[in-house]
Structure formats: C-alpha cells, structure tokens
Design a protein around this ligand. Sequence first.
Ligand code: FES
Ligand SMILES: [Fe+2]
Length: 522
Amino acid sequence: MVAKMKDFTKGSLTGISAKVTDDDFKRLIPKERFTSKEWLQKEYDLLWSRVWQWACREEEIPNNGDYYEYKIGDESIIIVRSETGKLNAFHNVCMHRGVRLVEGEHWWGGRGTLNNFRDMFKGKLRCVYHGWAWDLEGEISHLPGAKDFAPERIQKSEICLRPVRCETWEGFVFINMDMDAEPLLEYLEPGPEKLAKYKISEMRLKHHFTTILPTNWKYGVEQYQEGYHVWATHVMDLNDVGAFATLPGGRRAGAMFGEGKKGPGEAGYPEYGKPTIKETPPDPDAIGAVTVGEQFERHTNFWEPDKDIQTGVPKGVKLCDLKDEKITDPRTWVRTAMENMVMQGRLADYELDYFNGLSDDEIPWDMQGPEFMRKNRRDACTAQGIDISDLEETELYGFPTEFRFFPNMLGPIAGNTYGLFRSRPHGDNPNEAIWDVYFMFRYGEEEPPEVNYETVEWDNYPTDRMPRTFLQDWRITPLYQKGMHSRVLPGCRFNKQEANALHTHLMLDKIIGRDFEEVVED
Ligand code: FES
Ligand SMILES: [Fe+2]
C-alpha cells in the first residue's frame, strides 16, 4: 500500500523534506517561478508565512526594550527584548486601525529602541496615531478612550499583539509566522550539530551590506549553491572583473583542482599555484565537480568538505616564491593577499595585524601558502584569546564548509569567520530581490567593532569593503532575469552539479505545487 503523502500546501511545514533523484533532472522547471506575480504571491502566502527565516543576530537587540524590525513582503515583524531579557516577536501592526507600530533605522528594517519614548510609553510598543500601547509580552497596556468602544471590540484577547514564533540558534534570531511550526533546532538539522565546533555564538557581526538585485530572489540561492557556473562566471571570462579571482587573495588563486582531478603535469592544465589564465583554461568538469552537493533529505543542504578548494594563496608554492609580475616581494604579496581577504570578509583584521607584527625572521618562508595561512590564523586567534582548537586543519581556512538553510540563508564558514548571504523577494516585483551580505568574526578579548550597515548599488558597490568578485555573480542577474521572460524559453533545465539548486524547487513543489508545469503522471 502506498503511504498517503502529506499535503504541505496546508497546515504547517513540519516533516517536509526533499532529495533530488535522477528523474528530477528530466524536468523543465517553469520560468514562471521567476517571473510571475501570481507565483510570487503564492510564495508569500504558502512559503514565507510558514517557514523559519533568519531575521537578525541577538547582538543587534542587546538591551531590554530594544527591537529589530524584519520585513518580508507586506509583513513587518518586530522582535523585541522583553523586560525579562527574552526575545518576543509580534506582527508590527496596531490592532486599532492597522498602523505600523515601529520602524527600524533602515529602509529594509533593522534596529531600534523603545527606551527613548517619553513618560507612559517608555519601554512600551505604542502606536503613534491614537496612542494605544502594549507591554513587551504583547498585552494591551494603554487604551485611551476605552469607554467609547463597543466592549466586544476591545476584548483583551482580540487586541493583544499577534505573536510570531521567535527562536535562536548560536546567536541567530529566526522568526516563523506559523505558530504550529516545528521547533527551530529540529528544522535546522543537521546544521547545528555539524557547525557546533565553529562556536558561532561567539561570533559577532562586522558588516551587513544590502542591495537590490535585478533578479528573482531564487537566483542568489541557486547561484551560491552550485559550482557549475564557476568555470565560466569566475574563471573563463578573464576580463577586468574576472581577473580579480587570480590576484593575491583572490577566490581561487591558482590550484583549481583537487585530489584525483586533473592537475599538474597533465596536458592542457595549469600547474598548481599558477593562476588559471585564458591560455590555460580550466576544465569545466573538474571545476564544477568540486562542488559537493550533499542533501540531507531535510531543509538543509550543501556540505562542501573539499579541503582542496583554496582561497587567497595558491597551494604548492612556498611563501618565499609567492610573487608575480607586479609584486615581486613575497612579503608584500602575502600582505596584499591578506588585505584582499580582509576585504572579502574571509580574514579578520587582527589576523592581518598579527602578520604585519611578525619580523622577517619569524615568518617560515619555506612553508606553503595555505599551511601558513592556517598557522597565522591559529597564532592570531591564540593571541586574541580565541579558542579554535576544536577545528581540524581542513576546517580552518579556505572553503571547507557551506550550508544552505532553506529557503534563503547560506554561506561559507571557516575557522573564525562566517560569510553569509540572504535573499528575499522585493515587494510585489518577481524581478527584484533584496540581497544581504554579512561578514562575521570571532573577537575573543578584543571589543567587537560597531556593525557597519550599508545599502549599496549592485553595479557600483564599494570595492574597498566588498569583494570585487561579487560583481562576477551580480552582472549575470539582469541578463538572467530578462532572459527568463523570453517567449521561446520553455523552462530551466538543471544538471547534477546544480542538484542543490534543484532542491529548492522540489521543496517549492511540495509547498506551493507545480503550477505552470506540464506534469506527466505515471
Ligand atoms: S491606529 Fe493605532 S491607535 Fe489608532
Ligand atoms: Fe559565483
């Protein structure tokens, strides 16, 4: 007997899972998932209203009475630190006549405090229109002119703020508008267990960049989960944008290939340590294949334990040999690589400072680049009082681990650093996404810096504070979105290197359905 499948278009999403199988690669995923307002509305109604989504960090709501506004589509959610220190979340709407109660400090929401209000409203959630107010548990505390309301319209239970689920993991604050949702930690499995050793709760946000990308929100989620695009988007096209990848500190400076893949000495391939250039193009199969698309039959996927994906300095080259036509002094080359990695959010300032504090005699010039980067990281962290002893060598540096938490939180973690991305639809326009980039670090005894919040333009962002390589990904966005509208495009086809991107669509199948797709039943 075939077990009846749960219908996830109704009720809570508890128990939903997906795993890509060979048959899924036969599908054409409807382009309307990226272009149609009707589909976007279904995402708001069935996905965003029922799914756990990362809103902010706990350190952004430090004091009782502080809040954070998180927006998704038409909904605004307030997360407030209550008088007991607990985080509570509510729909940000006055139950009198619907005015939004508070606003964050940015157009996209963000931080604020209720402690600056005067008199009876201090520390209360109050409406600016007629002055209704609520305590931080959501109970009405001030209702002017109550006698003039019909009693049945101001029943306490009717006019309390509408609660939203709010739970935390390692300092990340998540919300879910579905009060029946499964507990957050169960939803995130197996991420919390696998990432525990990185001690993310001790990390602090340093940068939060926000931009509006001219593409559907799923583009980013897909693009950052597949290695298939890397050889073309990031390596092959060595124009002014593409060339950044091969500079000191670049994303994959040389050494493109891992164990068992074609490498040094094999015809047509660059030597380890030599940047890939137009004359020595990468093998797309070798490059794409380094993306390990592991799915856990849950909401979480993309575990990339490939220690051979190197960042910043090439493997197979001693420190004393790191130089190129422009930078002939190895110390300057390594420092430049580190400066670029700081700018990319892959290295903390104190690691660069530590290196700069070393005398020439203290630098092990015979050591290979990645090995030295790991040593410098360990030494710099020790000097800061940061304990990273739980981490294996392969987890310290490079590109060892990346998780995606469905639907929209993902990014690489290594050693003392975590780079995160988040993608959301922008209003009722399926052709735009709000794209957030976060750089987090552990700080130890050092006082963490004030968070730098910055709204940037995707095609003109500050390249001294953000990786120039982002432009390689972002320049595709308008092309992708415009092409999606073509009348001759029947839909999107995915290959096995894009399995994790397809995983998003399998989840959406269950949550929303397979509208716009010709489904052939067996
Ligand atoms: S609308 Fe909020 S108090 Fe009237
Ligand atoms: Fe990319």
